[in-house]
Design a binder for this molecule. Structure first.
Ligand code: ADP
Ligand code: MG
Length: 321
C-alpha cells in the first residue's frame, strides 16, 4: 500500500463543510461572515503522550479530542482539521483502528478532515484544528475579574490515576482501572459547554497539564489571584468512592493530574444561573471550586478555610532541563 492509496483508503472522504478537501495542494474553507477563525495545533508523541499499549481507535479519538479541547476552551465551533502523521510502517490493522476512532469523533463534532501529510518515521501524530467564533466572542485566558467564581467541568484526576497504575506506582481494582483508563485514553472535549459559555464566562482554559497549572495561566494573563477550595476539588475524582487513596495522592491527582481535558473557567457571581443553564444545555456537569482575588497569589484552602501548602507541580515537558 503506497502513501496515496493509504490516504485514499483511510482518510479521504467527500468534502462536506469545506469547499475543497483532501487531494489538492491546499484545502479551501470559507470563513463565515462575521466570524473569526480559531486555530490550534497539538502533537502526540509515543512514549511521551501515549503508551504503545493504547488501542489505535482510542489513540485516533484522543489525537483529535485534545485539539477539540482547545477549541472548546475558546468557545469556538469546530469546522475542519489537518492531520500530519509519521509512522514506522503502513500497518493496515493499525490504520483501520486509528482512522475509525479519529473520524468517529470528527463526525460527532462535524469537524472535517481536509488535508495533512503522511511520512515514514517514529509514530507521531500532529493535528491542526480550525474552528470559528463570532467576532469578539472568543473566551480568552485574560478576561477574569476579581470576585468572579471559578468553575471546573466534569471530573478530574482519573487519567492520572490510570497513568500511575500503568507505571505500577498505584494498584487499582480492575473496574476502577478500566474507568480511569477510559478517561485517559478517550477524553471528552467540552465543545458544547465552551460554546454555551460565550457571553457568560469571563475567562477559560482547558486542563491538559493539571488544574493548578492551567488555572495559573488564567491568573497570570488576567493579572489576578485565586482562592481554591481543595475539598470541592477532591470530590471531582470520578472513582473516589471505589478506591482508597492517601490524601496526598488524591490531591495530586485532582490538582495536578494532567490529561483531564476539562474546562476551568471564571464567571461573575451574578451569572451563576446562566452558568448552570449552560451546563444543563450542554449536558456537562460543572462545579464551583473557588473565586478570583485581586491579590495576585493562588491560595489553596482546606475544608476549614485554612491555607494549605501548594506543593503540586503541573506538567512541564522541559521542567528537568
Ligand atoms: P505531496 O507531498 O506529493 O504534495 P501531499 O502531502 O500534498 O502530497 O498529499 C496529497 C493530499 O493528501 C493532500 O491534499 C494532503 O492534504 C492529503 N493528505 C496527506 N496526508 C494526509 C493525512 N494523513 N490525512 C489527510 N489528508 C492527507
Ligand atoms: Mg506533502
Amino acid at each position: 500500500m503506497g502513501e496515496f492509496d493509504l490516504i485514499d483508503r483511510f482518510f479521504k472522504r467527500p468534502a462536506r463543510r469545506a469547499d475543497l478537501g483532501i487531494g489538492d495542494d491546499c484545502a479551501l474553507l470559507s470563513p463565515r461572515p462575521g466570524h473569526q477563525l480559531a486555530l490550534s495545533t497539538d502533537m502526540l508523541v509515543e512514549g511521551r503522550h501515549f503508551l504503545n499499549t493504547v488501542h489505535p481507535a482510542r489513540l485516533g479519538h484522543k489525537s483529535l479530542a485534545v485539539n477539540l479541547s482547545d477549541l472548546a476552551a475558546c468557545g469556538a465551533e469546530p469546522r475542519a482539521f489537518l492531520l500530519s502523521l509519521s509512522m514506522p510502517r503502513a500497518d493496515e490493522t493499525w490504520l483501520q483502528g486509528f482512522s475509525q476512532g479519529l473520524l468517529a469523533l470528527a463526525d460527532a463534532h462535524s469537524c472535517e478532515l481536509i488535508g495533512g501529510d503522511t511520512t515514514q518515521g517514529p509514530l507521531n501524530i500532529s493535528i491542526t484544528v480550525i474552528g470559528d467564533v463570532a467576532h469578539g466572542q472568543a473566551l480568552l485566558r485574560s478576561g477574569a475579574q476579581a470576585g468572579d467564581d471559578i468553575y471546573v467541568s466534569g471530573t478530574l484526576g482519573d487519567a492520572r490515576l490510570a497513568l500511575e497504575a500503568f507505571r505500577g506506582t498505584l494498584g487499582l481494582p480492575e473496574a476502577v482501572f478500566e474507568l480511569c483508563r477510559q478517561r485517559m485514553e478517550q477524553p471528552s472535549p467540552r465543545v458544547a459547554l465552551g460554546m454555551a459559555l460565550r457571553g457568560i464566562a469571563t475567562a477559560a482554559a482547558d486542563i491538559s497539564d493539571g488544574l493548578l497549572g492551567d488555572l495559573k495561566h488564567i491568573l497570570s494573563q488576567s493579572k489576578l489571584g485565586a482562592q481554591l477550595q481543595v475539598s470541592a476539588c477532591e470530590q471531582l475524582l470520578a472513582c473516589r468512592g471505589d478506591v482508597a487513596l492517601s490524601e496526598q495522592w488524591l490531591r495530586t491527582c485532582v490538582l495536578s493530574g494532567g490529561d483531564d481535558y476539562e474546562l476551568v473557567f471564571t464567571a461573575p457571581v451574578t451569572r451563576r444561573d446562566a452558568v448552570l443553564a449552560a451546563a444543563h444545555a450542554s449536558a456537562t456537569a460543572v462545579t464551583r471550586i473557588g473565586c478570583i482575588t485581586a491579590e495576585p497569589t493562588l491560595l489553596l484552602l482546606d475544608a476549614a478555610g485554612q491555607p494549605l501548602a501548594n506543593q503540586f507541580a503541573s506538567f512541564d515537558h522541559f521542567a528537568q532541563d
